[in-house]
Write a protein that binds this ligand. Structure first.
Ligand SMILES: Cc1cc2nc3c(=O)[nH]c(=O)nc-3n(C[C@H](O)[C@H](O)[C@H](O)COP(=O)(O)OP(=O)(O)OC[C@H]3O[C@@H](n4cnc5c(N)ncnc54)[C@H](O)[C@@H]3O)c2cc1C
Length: 458
């Protein structure tokens, strides 16, 4: 039992706010991005600095509380919040410091990717991240990080230079290639299993205005486009990135009215090569089959990153299932098309994110992220604002995933999993799993940090 005196003492030891169920801000504070998640923590510690994080870890340990760590709150499985325990909320720590001379970026663990994009863009720099600006830096990075710059510059973890973190025993440490190198290895894909990361130091890349955006084709052309795409993306230079998607066209500009609410297939491109070559690079793409809609052109990197923000707003119902995929057979393509035709809502979608290119420059055991030799990370997502549609979107995603799973490579991107059990986690880390277990045993032997895709210490 938590005493009122203990809570009062905890509150007075923090610079940030401690929110309890009796506070008017409690309901807003316990909400995460996925509207399906409805958890009621005992306390939410909004940490203003490292000292607050250290105090929160100490308090959680002394009081025997279940502890969840929240960065951007985007995790679809709701791993940024827990029932009846303590949430360590890092959102107040959202600073971003760019060092244009060294081309590095220091990011507080509560920042969102849009904070990083905003701070780096004026310097002609970017950190490889995802495809949505509202995702948290912390969770995305700790799981790996796949997005528009992946083929050119690798996963987000391949651009991570150091972290600072608070461990289960309360110590504050730096982890990089030289100091606490076991932890530095483990946090590059091993999620929130090893401590509360308070800051990330990234290498920034020269990215400013790119040539990209969406191209859409009609559903009747989808199988042909997929067959062409599977070969194209395997062969092209790393400065060309394009993820394949099934989407319903949103009923708002810049989409023309005659396409509104139509189910279509598309590729969202991001070319980071020389501008003068862009027209030539895209000639064979446009020449293969004229798109029904072509919105590809020069676009600032932060604008590309936020293209989907209007469609995917916080608080919607999310259910997703994922797999890694090495090859797209004709049979798999037929299954894709048949299930995509049944997409249940405007926001529901399927994405195939390429993870070839620069990802393969890093050895499979250099970080926990084992599946560097597959071609795509596939995610099937049922989304809708209305809780009444929860079953409908989940059933569609599960049926679609079940039909495609036999064609997959084993394992899935850890950040695209919900609650799927230990076997799936093991399959994802594959031969790196035992090393993660050893580090967990050394650094968090009681499994204090277990609200995550958990690596058990035994
Ligand atoms: C709309 C949407 C789009 C997405 N797009 C992409 C994408 O393009 N590319 C991609 O790679 N992923 C993408 N994701 C997945 C995303 O990477 C995960 O959902 C990730 O967990 C989000 O991180 P967060 O900090 O926002 O999550 P949170 O819910 O805050 O945290 C998730 C988990 O991360 C761990 N964690 C968070 N902060 C810390 C910390 N400071 N220290 C230790 N552990 C911590 C904890 O275990 C926590 O339980 C997307 C998700 C959504 C919902």
């Amino acid at each position: 039992m938590l005493s009122e005196a203990a809570i009062a003492a905890f509150k007075s030891s923090l610079r940030g706010e401690v929110i309890t169920p009796s506070d008017s801000s409690y309901d807003a504070s316990r909400k995460v991005y996925n509207g399906m998640i409805d958890r009621h923590p005992r306390l939410i510690a909004c940490c203003a600095d490292v000292a607050d994080v250290m105090a929160a870890v100490k308090f959680g340990r002394e009081q025997g509380l279940l502890v969840a760590i929240r960065g951007g709150g985007h995790n679809a499985g709701g791993l940024g919040v827990c029932d009846d325990g303590l949430v360590i909320d890092l959102s107040p720590m959202s600073y971003v410091h760019v060092d244009p001379r060294k081309k590095t970026v220091l990011v507080g663990a509560g920042a969102l990717w849009r904070d990083v994009d905003h701070a780096t863009h004026p310097f002609g720099l970017a950190v490889p991240s995802g495809i949505i600006s509202t995702t948290g830096v912390a969770g995305l990075t700790l799981g790996g990080g796949i997005g528009y710059l992946t083929r050119r510059y690798g996963l987000t973890i391949d651009n991570l230079l150091a972290v600072e973190m608070v461990l289960a025993d309360g110590r504050f440490v730096t982890a990089n290639a030289k100091e606490n190198s076991d932890l530095f290895w483990a946090v590059r894909g091993g999620g929130g299993n090893f401590g509360v990361v308070t800051s990330f130091l990234f290498k920034a890349r020269p990215v400013h205005t790119i040539y990209g955006g969406p191209m859409l084709w009609r559903m009747e052309d989808a199988a042909e486009i997929m067959r062409w795409y599977r070969q194209f993306i395997a062969m092209v230079p790393n400065d060309i990135y394009g993820f394949f998607a099934f989407h319903t066209v949103p009923p708002w500009p810049p989409f023309p009215e005659h396409l509104h609410n139509k189910k279509m297939c598309g590729i969202v491109w991001c070319y980071t090569g020389a501008f003068k070559k862009a027209q030539n690079v895209f000639k064979p793409i446009r020449g293969f089959k004229t798109p029904a809609l072509d919105l590809v052109g020069p676009i600032p990197h932060p604008a590309l990153q936020s293209l989907f923000d209007r469609l995917f707003t916080p608080g919607m119902q999310w259910y997703w299932k994922a797999d890694f995929v090495s090859t797209l057979s004709d049979e798999a393509i037929a299954q894709h098309v048949s299930h995509a035709e049944k997409m249940p809502t405007l926001e529901s979608t399927m994405h195939l994110y390429p993870i070839n290119g620069a990802v393969r420059r890093v050895k499979k055991n250099a970080t926990p992220w084992w599946h560097r030799d597959v071609t795509w990370s596939q995610v099937i997502v049922g989304v809708d604002p209305d809780p009444a549609n929860r079953e409908r979107i989940s059933t569609w995603a599960k049926e679609y995933w079940s039909a495609l799973h036999p064609y997959s490579a084993g394992g899935a991107y850890i950040n695209f999993m919900m609650e799927e059990g230990e076997d799936r986690i093991r399959a994802t880390y594959s031969k790196n799993y035992e090393r993660l277990v050893k580090i967990k045993k050394r650094r968090d032997p009681t499994n204090f940090f277990r609200v995550n895709q958990n690596i058990k210490p035994s």
